[in-house]
Design a protein around this ligand. Structure first.
Ligand code: NOJ
Ligand code: CA
Length: 705
């Protein structure tokens, strides 16, 4: 377990042999008894499971099975040869995270199924019942006559108990950068979301949703469906039956193969997960997804990765003020119009990088991302032939990478490497050694990767098994070279950060960048209030908050649909161990509200979701590790609202120096986004205060000792 501190570990295993003639039903309940999973084999030997919460069904009996290439399906004709139950309880420590200690307590049921008739194949189902939800996965054990399996489809059903309200985005095989939608399950229409003009690649074959997909039942129970530990398998989307409110797994495939997953036996599938909570905030506070991942394989990485705030030669390109490419000839028009006529200049030059480093150093910001530093950007978007375009080691002539890294080190600012693969992962894999050797030589320990465009080789999708394995290969290669990875256009997060703590953050959502160039009006004010209860359940998000010049003067047709206080609140609401201060230094220079970005923590002792409702608002409080300082962020959608914060979460007997960054009286995301106030006060446990959030607004609070 390397240096993870396991404080408490009990495993009591009770094993009993299943008598085939006995009852064909068995049950496992969570430690507090409120979540129950019932497993059953029907007359035809077809396995199914059902889930109850507080004795009420939340998932009706739902079948399980697999369709295979050149083999009969594994779906029925089973009998149970063995069922084992056990209890597990531990507390483990996150090296960095939303909290330091994580409770991992569950009861498990492992059912071994064997076909009654030839070929008598066997399949083992593992169920774990937690107080905050359930997970189950399939194990294909080693068995005679079957070396490997070619899965054409997994048939795991999730039969809902009604027409719940769903917070969803389409099951796109190539991107997760859609807006979230709110509708009844019966009204989900993913196909309507096809061909969004601002997506570099998109493919929505079915009326399916991506996970995490979150729902609210008419009884007010919150459910979220996702997966944990997606390893050497295809991403699971969920196909929606709008008439009977059932979901069924629909794996991401490939145009190059007749199967969706190829595996040698023995192997385990990812965990299929359902988070269950009486409150919406309970979903955010749940650690089910990381708990269902393997413990840390890398040991202590703190000597080379520490959570940090960072800036970037980045927003200026998205605003069209500068270009990624040196010549300014090839347009980045999908992103920034500025490059089109050669009117803007190359952003990643030594002088500019030093300017950012100076600003970062003066403000305690520890990282600088530099995009567009390497040759190849003139042959990026819009080209079919992208193999070999980037080599990830050759800088443009105006960028002295060694000098920039040296200067940064002198000032205490580390350079974050950028590898835009342009979705040519074969080229990237060939270049991994040289690319990471350069980082080693320079002493660079973090990289942002990118995968814009259709995948080469043609026929693969971003979320298929082939790419899942590519993304993992990169994380493992990076770990060997002491490099932390922040992937854009990534595979979705399934909690792998527990096993590979160098997988620090990722995109996998509609980020801030859409505000700079999307032709659909940008992210609506409710965006992050939806993201917090959906995408964020998967793990850390590189959203890149912190726009202060919200009208985006260089882009007259675009703007940010939030207030300034909302942007500040995002440093607390959206969790990531790396948080960008994305705006230009000149927009921060001398701005009183920038103090919040200087002060706010990035690594937390504990986090508490105080209140919230998907798509409406959310308020989160987090205690910084090692300082005992607290920070609170609250955001609202397009509706103004009052929120009351009870400072009960603070420790007894301490008085905190509080700064409230609030929406000003005139603040409004459309009419006056920059209006804010700062108030200083003393706050202690038990104090209660009401804040007025403007339309699209927020509140950010620092509570320092
Ligand atoms: C898309 C990424 O999300 C964005 O952050 C980056 O600047 C561009 N690709 C270029 O790599
Ligand atoms: Ca992106």
């Amino acid at each position: 377990m390397n240096r993870i501190t396991t404080l408490f570990l009990i495993a009591i295993v009770s094993i009993f042999l299943w008598q085939c003639s006995n009852s064909k039903e068995t049950v496992v309940s969570s430690p507090n008894g409120r979540v129950t999973i019932q497993f059953k084999l029907d007359e035809a030997g077809q396995p199914s499971y059902a889930v109850a919460f507080d004795k009420k069904p939340v998932i009706k009996p739902s079948k399980m099975g697999f369709e295979l290439l050149s083999q009969p399906a594994m779906a029925k004709g089973f009998e149970v040869s063995k069922a084992e139950s056990s209890t597990f309880s531990e507390t483990w420590e996150m090296q960095w995270g939303e909290q330091r200690l994580v409770e991992n307590n569950y009861n498990q049921l492992v059912v071994t199924l064997v076909e009654k008739e030839a070929p008598k194949r066997s399949l083992i189902v593992h169920f774990k019942a937690y107080d905050d939800g359930i997970g189950f996965r399939y194990e294909f054990p080693k068995q005679d006559g079957v070396d490997s399996l070619f899965i054409t489809e997994e048939r795991t059903e999730f039969n809902l108990t009604g027409d719940h309200t769903a917070y969803w985005q389409p099951g796109d095989w190539d991107i997760y950068e859609h807006l979230y939608n709110k509708s009844k399950v019966s009204e989900i229409d993913a196909l309507k979301k096809r061909n969004h003009p601002n997506l570099g690649q998109t493919y929505i074959p079915e009326n399916a949703v991506n996970t995490p997909v979150t729902m609210k039942t008419d009884d007010g129970i919150y459910l979220s469906f996702h997966e944990a530990n997606l390893t050497d398998y295809a991403d699971m989307t969920l196909k929606v039956n709008t008439s009977d409110f059932s979901l069924v797994s629909n794996l991401v495939g490939s145009e190059r193969t007749k199967y969706k997953v190829k595996r040698a036996l023995p192997f385990n599938t990812p965990w299929r997960t359902i988070q269950i909570s009486k409150t919406a905030g309970g979903l955010i506070d749940s650690k089910l997804i990381v708990n269902l991942n393997e413990p840390n394989k890398l040991g202590d990485i703190s000597s080379w990765f520490q959570p940090m705030k960072y800036m970037g030669i980045w927003w200026e390109m998205h605003l069209g003020l500068s270009t990624w490419d040196y010549q300014g000839s090839q347009s980045m028009d999908t992103f920034a119009e500025g490059g089109k006529n050669g009117t803007a200049t190359h952003g990643a030059n030594t002088k500019n990088a030093k300017h950012y480093i100076d600003f970062a150093a003066a403000n305690g910001i520890k990282g600088l991302l530099v995009e567009g530093w390497n040759t190849g950007w003139n042959h990026w978007i819009g080209f079919d032939e992208r193999e070999g375009v980037f080599d990830f080691v050759t800088p443009y002539p105006d960028y002295d990478i060694a000098e920039v890294v040296r200067y940064g080190k002198e000032k205490g600012v580390e350079i974050i490497m950028h590898h835009e693969t342009s979705s040519a992962p074969r080229t990237y894999e060939q270049q991994l050694d040289t690319a990471y050797n350069l980082m080693k030589k320079l002493g660079i320990h973090a990289v942002k990767t990118g995968y814009v465009g259709k995948i080469l080789p043609k026929g693969e999708y971003h979320h298929g098994q082939w790419m899942v394995n590519h993304y993992r290969k990169v994380v493992e290669h990076a770990a060997k070279n002491k490099v932390a990875v922040n992937a854009h256009e990534p595979i979705k997060d399934t909690g792998i950060r527990r096993t590979y703590p160098n997988e620090i953050s990722r995109e996998g959502l509609r980020g801030q960048e859409f505000n700079a160039w999307a032709s659909d009006g940008g992210n609506p004010p409710e965006h992050l209030s939806l993201v917090a209860f959906t995408r964020m359940l998967a793990g850390p998000i590189d959203f890149t908050p912190g726009v202060f010049e919200l009208t985006l003067k260089p882009k007259p047709n675009n703007k940010v649909n939030t207030t300034l206080a909302h942007q500040l609140a995002l440093y607390v609401v959206i969790y990531s161990p790396i948080q960008m201060a994305c705006d230009l230094p000149q927009n921060y220079e001398g701005h009183p509200a920038f103090q919040f970005i200087r002060d706010v923590g990035v690594n937390w002792e504990q986090s508490i979701t105080l209140d919230g409702e998907p798509g409406d608002f959310v308020i989160i409080a987090r205690e910084e590790r090692n300082t005992g300082n607290w920070f609170v962020g609250g955001i609202t959608d397009e509706n103004e609202r009052d929120i009351t914060i009870n400072f009960d979460f603070l420790p007894e007997g301490k008085v905190f120096k509080a700064q409230f960054y609030e929406d000003g009286k005139q603040a409004h995301f459309e009419k006056n986004p920059g209006d804010y106030t700062i108030e200083i006060a003393s706050i202690k446990k038990g104090d209660v205060k009401t804040f007025h959030l403007a339309a699209g607004g927020g509140v950010a609070i620092s509570l320092m000792q």
